[in-house]
Design a protein around this ligand. Structure first.
Ligand code: ASP
Ligand code: MG
Length: 296
């Protein structure tokens, strides 16, 4: 494990946390065991095989895949801007072992903003990314020179591509082709997926993924569904067990869920891109690679 990688990781985390603090965000601590978690389903580019459950005090609890439900809950408590450095457990298919990009345990910078739409969220996320990167070549001069001298500081606003257009253009292999095509961070928008991502009357999904050249997806997020009838209809369509989401659904029924948008930035993938390493295991001191034995 190269010390420079951890130095860069500490730097970008500090820059982003400071930026969020200045923008009025509160820092919420993560939970690992919950009654419910992000189903991560359906997701056209997802490969999470199963959720993990444990029985504690006679109750079945699930390990966090993402804190989306908790974020919407906090927004309903009038916490208008919040973030969490959140450990996520995602049991990826073993076929993801050699991609060099997949982990079964990683950390997200997970955040949510009340009354933001998808476009406002993308502009905000670009500012957050720039807060991390704007001065990195000055402040982390030695580390960047050693690890990734060719690293290009991006310039917002990032280009946008519709998911459907990419699939039409490149077919099933769109993801591999897309990351070879782009030369700076780029948005993929309008992705058909989770019940909690907003879909409008025209069928357009107000969500987004951020992709970086060569490495792929580093962030997912969206504007949120908050209306009871829409949530129920989408959960039914996806075959989701509504009992597990009773807290969220009761809030929605009482009209207490609020409009918001947010995202989760995968820290290890973000650092991987900045440091230019070949494999994601190089940025984790304790690698969690699908299908590989854990050493520590
Ligand atoms: N649930 C997303 C993810 O973890 C993050 C978000 O939408 O806020 O991929
Ligand atoms: Mg994602």
């Amino acid at each position: 494990m190269k010390k420079e990688i951890l130095t860069i990781q500490s730097y970008v985390l500090t820059r982003m946390v400071n930026y969020l603090h200045k923008q009025g965000f509160v820092w919420v601590l993560p939970v690992i065991l919950s009654k419910t978690t992000d189903p991560l389903f359906p997701d056209p580019s997802g490969s999470v095989e199963k959720g993990l459950e444990v029985e504690v005090y006679g109750q079945k609890l699930t390990l966090t895949q993402s804190m989306i439900v908790h974020k919407q809950y906090m927004i309903a408590q009038n916490i208008d801007r919040l973030f969490i450095l959140s450990p996520n457990i995602r049991i990826e298919r073993e076929s993801r072992k050699n991609t060099g990009k997949h982990l079964f345990e990683f950390t997200q910078l997970d955040f949510e903003i009340a009354n933001f739409n998808d476009v406002e969220a993308r502009r905000f996320i670009e500012k957050l990314i720039m807060a991390a990167l704007r001065y990195i070549k000055i402040d982390m001069n030695l580390e960047i020179k050693n690890l990734n001298p060719g690293f290009k500081i991006p310039k917002p606003p990032f280009k946008e591509y519709k998911y459907g257009d990419l699939v039409k253009k490149y077919g099933d292999e769109w993801e591999t082709k897309f990351i070879e095509t782009i030369d700076s961070p780029s948005w993929i928008i309008d992705i058909p997926r989770y019940f909690y991502d907003m879909q409008d009357e025209q069928g357009v999904w107000h969500n987004y993924d951020l992709y970086v050249p060569k490495y792929g997806e580093i962030l997912s997020g969206g504007q949120r569904e908050y209306q009871y009838d829409k949530l129920i209809a989408k959960m039914d369509k996806d075959g989701i067990n509504k009992d597990k989401y009773d807290v969220l659904l009761n809030l929605a029924k009482e009209g207490k869920l609020r409009p918001s948008a947010g995202a989760g930035l995968g820290i290890e993938r973000f650092v991987m891109w900045i440091t230019g390493v070949n494999k994601i295991s190089e940025v984790q001191p304790f690698p969690r690679i699908p299908g590989e034995k854990v050493e520590l």
